[in-house]
Design a protein around this ligand. Structure first.
Ligand code: GTP
Ligand code: MG
Length: 317
């Protein structure tokens, strides 16, 4: 990097930490594209990260996540909190459309200086969408936003991972679950700190709420209680209560674990990077051992899991 480029980056970082929106937007673009500047920016902002609350919203397509986030923004603005939103786009045709919709639905906040909305895609970023999201959260935090809301669609692995990065994870569902119950069972329910039955204006809403409460009761012994709330995102009904519950859960989580957002994100990023490095080593320096394991598995001497354990034990010795 030449001197001018270094000065430019230093200025960008300074403006970002000063809270200038344009600088935040540019820095996010650097992270998203995995450009060479990303590590320098992330390194420089670490001391400014410490106060944002990160709330994740996830759930099946079309349940009203964007509309609910819109209503939550309104509630938080009443409470004088500044709000940044990261709408995570896994580049699928479904959410590709809905992110566009997000801009329209969240449009009422477009001229509000206290609201910043950005979609994130994983284009070419090393470490995947969740790692990109964790870094974008760091930027938003360093830029001084009070609350960061993340929207992710569906019940895929990356959505579950993103929920783990959040301080509080909200799983949103809608009445008449049907197939969605399967999606919820497939791991997503496990990550919920709060469960929301949105579209509570629908006749089946109360029945769905009871179903979910019963499902949660099965594991109540293992974990602290997960509140189940009803909302009508389109009218804002129940949203003030949701914001209060989020606040309670945040206090609870931080009180219980003493692990605040940035540390949680580091934990995730380091584990993610370690996994990548391990995979690299398995295909390079450990290629010989890998070859032998393949042979042993194919002869039926070892299971895949045992072979992996032997390889790892060897590598980490
Ligand atoms: N009746 C009713 N409709 C709602 C409610 N909340 C959202 N909707 C409608 O449901 C549709 C989907 O809402 P979105 O907010 O786009 O849902 P989403 O979960 O963000 O969708 P994806 O991002 O595509 O997964 C829209 O037509 C909303 O107007 C609600 O509480 N009641
Ligand atoms: Mg949406």
């Amino acid at each position: 990097m030449n001197g001018t480029a270094r000065d430019d980056t230093a200025r960008l970082i300074q403006r970002l930490v000063d809270g200038q929106r344009a600088a935040l937007a540019r820095a996010i673009t650097h992270i998203e594209s995995g450009a060479g500047l990303a590590p320098r920016i992330l390194g420089a902002i670490q001391s400014a990260i410490d106060k944002a609350r990160v709330i994740g919203f996830t759930g099946p397509p079309g349940v009203g996540k964007s509309t609910l986030i819109n209503a939550v923004i309104r509630e938080l603005r009443k409470r004088k909190k500044s709000v940044a939103v990261a709408a995570v786009d896994p580049s699928s045709p479904i959410s590709g459309g809905s992110i566009l919709g997000d801009r329209v639905r969240m449009g009422e906040h477009g001229s509000d200086e206290g609201v910043f909305i950005r979609s994130i895609s994983s284009r070419g970023h090393l470490g995947g969408l969740s790692a990109t999201t964790a870094q974008v959260i760091d930027l938003m935090d360093a830029a001084g936003w009070d609350v960061i809301l993340i929207e992710t669609v569906g019940a895929g692995q990356s959505e579950v991972e993103i929920a783990q990065i959040a301080d509080v994870s909200i799983v949103v569902c809608a009445p008449g679950l049907g197939d969605d119950v399967q999606a919820l069972k497939a791991g997503i329910l496990e990550i919920a700190d709060v469960l929301v039955v949105n579209k509570a204006d629908h006749p089946l809403a109360e029945q769905t709420r009871k179903q979910l409460t019963a499902m949660l009761a099965l594991r109540r012994a293992e974990r602290r209680e997960v509140p189940v709330l009803s909302t009508v995102a389109t009218s804002g009904h129940g949203v003030d209560r949701l914001v209060e519950v989020i606040e309670d859960q945040y206090r609870d989580t931080v009180g219980h674990t003493q692990v605040r957002g940035p540390i949680k994100r580091f934990r995730y990023l380091i584990a993610n990077a370690a996994g990548r490095q391990l995979q690299e080593r398995l295909t390079t320096s450990a290629a010989g051992a890998m070859h032998e394991m393949c042979a042993r598995v194919s002869r039926g001497e070892l299971s895949v899991d045992s072979a992996a354990r032997v390889l790892l034990d060897d590598l980490l010795k």
